[in-house]
Design a protein around this ligand. Structure first.
Ligand SMILES: Cc1cc2nc3c(=O)[nH]c(=O)nc-3n(C[C@H](O)[C@H](O)[C@H](O)COP(=O)(O)OP(=O)(O)OC[C@H]3O[C@@H](n4cnc5c(N)ncnc54)[C@H](O)[C@@H]3O)c2cc1C
Length: 411
């Protein structure tokens, strides 16, 4: 049985890994010419995603590539003294198993775990999918697949082709984000330096093995701003406007906007779909249920979703009419929870008042100062994310022994 997956970032390779282990034949098509290795940002793997990575045998590499961010210095706009926070303690209060890793490192690790068994086609994109499984590509010749899965992110191409325009499913969270790659001008190693004010937060982090650093900008906007997806100069102008006069550190970061080798700007939107599946096509990860970039644990959700989808397809012997609804049922509660947690995280991360600004810094300091158990209790009370990500339970979908996989794989 042949399955086509669109997107080779996180959900795509994890799905490809487990589908292959269950005996399916997998092709992954990725729009980028090569696996992305520039830019990117730090993402979180919480316990369930760590467990899945362990079953894939890649956990040692994941842990080796962890960003190692363990300290945070918070400058509150208008306050004289920064607040220093032990981030490791917050992470351990949030989850008993957690790693922060650069998204590009993670996707390389998952890709390496699949490259020998999966056909990867880079520099191409699906242009049409017919109900009988005939797929057309922008470059390659048409091919027929039994199933197609969109793992192509928040602005999914597969979703647009099968379900229609993104605007039908996206809900603006009232904020924007920008990411800038720049030289590690403050020589940060294991430290996150953030500036937080009413309606705006900017933070810089580096990691030992990165060689450069990233700045994440988050700012509020009541209405959606007038800019085109490809109009980078306008996006940079919006960012400069939003962070004007915040702090000399932030000015220094904004100066890099003209020199940066990698820049990303987007609205923070959530995806709300009644179903992620239609006919032979389904969606996984951000493509189907993004809770919003930078405000939720969407990477963990993508890993869990990919594992569950592959498992349900195997359980149903490849019958997508049974497997897709089972996959949606298994994920629905996690998705709902992640959407709610992301909204509350957005409020905390980009405060709407001076009280919120103080609350972010002091709350983080308090949790990091408490003994682990008490810190965990406080974090549970103050954020939904910790509760959610610690409580996600995932069925076990053990793959068959290698010899019996052939039955499903061969046509
Ligand atoms: C700035 C930023 C900060 C973030 N911070 C965090 C965080 O702190 N914690 C966290 O857990 N998550 C975070 N996220 C979210 C996280 O990156 C995603 O949830 C995660 O990468 C989802 O993986 P995915 O595989 O579903 O989609 P993506 O990682 O978006 O990958 C989609 C893939 O599909 C490819 N693609 C796109 N279009 C096509 C096409 N037409 N044809 C073929 N391929 C295509 C893309 O090139 C890409 O490789 C952040 C996201 C952003 C943007």
């Amino acid at each position: 049985m042949r399955i086509l997956v669109s997107g080779a970032s996180v959900a795509g390779p994890v799905l490809a890994y487990w589908l292959t282990r269950h005996g399916f034949e997998v092709t992954v098509v990725e729009r980028a010419p090569v696996l992305r290795k520039t830019g990117g940002h730090a993402v979180d793997l919480f316990r369930p995603a760590m467990n899945i990575s362990e079953k894939m045998g890649v956990l040692p590499r994941v842990e080796e590539r962890a960003t190692g961010t363990s300290r945070m210095t918070v400058h509150q706009e208008g306050a004289r003294r920064p607040v220093r926070v032990n981030l490791s303690k917050i992470f351990s209060a949030a989850s008993d198993r957690h790693v922060e890793i650069m998204r590009d490192d993670l996707s390389e690790i998952y890709y390496d775990a699949t490259r020998d068994d999966v056909e990867y086609v880079f520099d191409d994109s699906i242009s049409a999918i017919s109900p009988d499984g005939e797929v057309r590509f922008e470059n390659a010749a048409p091919r027929r697949f039994d199933l197609v899965v969109g793992a192509d992110g928040l602005h999914s191409n597969v979703r647009r082709l099968v379900f229609g325009e993104e605007s039908r499913f996206s809900a603006f969270v009232g904020a924007y984000l920008g990411v800038l790659t720049l030289p590690n001008v403050f020589e940060l190693d294991g430290e996150l330096l953030i500036h937080v004010g009413v309606g705006r937060t900017a933070g810089m982090y580096g990691a030992r093995h990165l060689g450069d650093a990233r700045v994440l900008f988050l700012f509020r906007s009541e209405r959606e701003l007038d800019h085109h997806h490809h109009d980078v100069p306008r996006q940079k102008e919006l960012l400069r406007g939003a962070f004007d006069g915040m702090h000399p550190d932030v000015d220094r970061w904004l100066d890099e906007l003209d020199r940066t080798p990698a820049f990303y700007f987007d609205s923070i939107t959530q995806l709300h779909m009644d179903t992620w599946s239609r006919g032979r096509v389904t969606l996984v990860g951000d493509a189907g249920y993004s809770p919003g970039p930078a405000v939720g644990g969407s990477t963990s959700l993508a890993v869990v979703g990919a594992y569950v989808l592959a498992g349900e397809l195997a359980r149903a012997g490849g019958d997508h009419e049974r497997a897709f609804p089972a996959y949606e049922r298994a994920m629905a509660e996690h998705v709902r929870g992640s959407h709610a947690a992301a909204l509350s995280a957005a409020k905390t991360l980009i405060p709407t008042s001076r009280l919120g600004v103080r609350g972010l810094a002091q709350g983080a300091r308090l949790i990091s100062a408490l003994p682990a158990g008490a810190g965990r209790a406080l974090l549970r009370l103050t954020t939904g994310s910790a509760r959610l990500y610690n409580s996600i339970t995932v069925d076990d979908y053990p793959p068959p022994p290698a010899a019996s996989r052939v039955g499903l794989g061969a046509e």
